[in-house]
Design a protein around this ligand. Sequence first.
Ligand SMILES: Nc1ncnc2c1ncn2[C@@H]1O[C@H](COP(=O)(O)OP(=O)(O)OP(=O)(O)O)[C@@H](O)[C@H]1O
Length: 382
Amino acid sequence: MSAPSRETVLDALRAVVGGDDGRDIVTAGMITGLSVADGAVRFAIEVDPARGAALEPLRQAAEAAVKAVPGVTDVIAALTAHSDAPSAPATAKGAPPDLGTRAKPGDKPLRPPPPAPNGGKVDGVERIIAVGSGKGGVGKSTVSANLAVALAMEGWRVGLLDADVYGPSQPRMLGIEGRPASPDGKTIVPLRGYGVKCMSMGFLTGESESVIWRGPMLMSAVTQMLYQVAWAPLDFLIIDLPPGTGDVQLTLSQKTKLTGAVVVSTPQDVALLDARKAIDMFAKIDIPILGVIENMATFCCPNCGHETQIFGHGGAEAEAVKIGAPFLGRVPLALEVRTTSDEGTPIVASKPDSAEAERFRDMARALAEGVGAHAPNAAYPV
Ligand SMILES: Nc1ncnc2c1ncn2[C@@H]1O[C@H](COP(=O)(O)OP(=O)(O)OP(=O)(O)O)[C@@H](O)[C@H]1O
């Protein structure tokens, strides 16, 4: 089934009445941040915070309307609050600072995105590498998690920032549960999985909870996850970007002193077209492409071991050659990659002898070498 278009999704939302004056929620201008990536749809409904809780049925009705659109595979809708005041809410000691993402009735004013301090550098962090993709579902988060764990297993001090705030998946992929603490009420102490320090909006909201997605608040949350988290000391901070080439990716890339970016693609022509867009975005803002990775490259039958090139083959490598970027390698479509990701036991750590783990390790080494990191200084697990 073909992926739904933005217009089809908006048409479905036009059937939902929600404005004070009886207008539908699209006409009433209540829909913001709509993203349609393949079958995955994310959007926010702007509401008066005083009516937030009462409007939960509206949120559910909007989600149900979109879910009914043919080709839609999953939907996350969030209620977002209007807010103009810039002051920061007070934070209780011991609780993580409020990243300004939840809409509750009577919420305190939310913060505007803070300017990037320190020229975009994160204190005590040697290298920041963004992992992006032109579209969702190509395995960017799986690749980010396995690269991060592979680097940590090599002895590097590694952090993983899950900036995919629309669908935070790193807590699940690294099997981390809990809420990060903030002993001083200002800085969040990241949680750890497989020796990797990790921060994700998923820790604060839960994977399936609805979260506010207004642009400024979203950026505020992402920049605070960079600058108000006790990352140091790190050799590598890997950022799992949201899919696509939207504002978050662009702003984050511009606000942060990135060492470079890795682009993940599957071999289909359409995925490569999207990957090219991501590559162009990084090129336009002078972020070096440190490597291209082809994921789900071939299907390896778990019964007979026969390999089939379901989606074609070699396109990502050709693209890397074309732009003069390193091709870091390809990962097959393998059942164990999926099950280990979904179970929170990344394959590089849980099945280190598998061929797929070896691919990830090779890619992590090539990535480190590519940025001049030759000799790790810590023993795993850190
Ligand atoms: N090489 C692979 N073999 C088998 N399954 C894979 C592979 N890579 C990723 N997957 C599975 O594909 C699904 C999507 O992967 P993942 O969440 O990493 O993609 P993504 O690009 O980060 O998606 P999004 O940006 O939409 O969150 C997951 O269920 C994951 O386990």
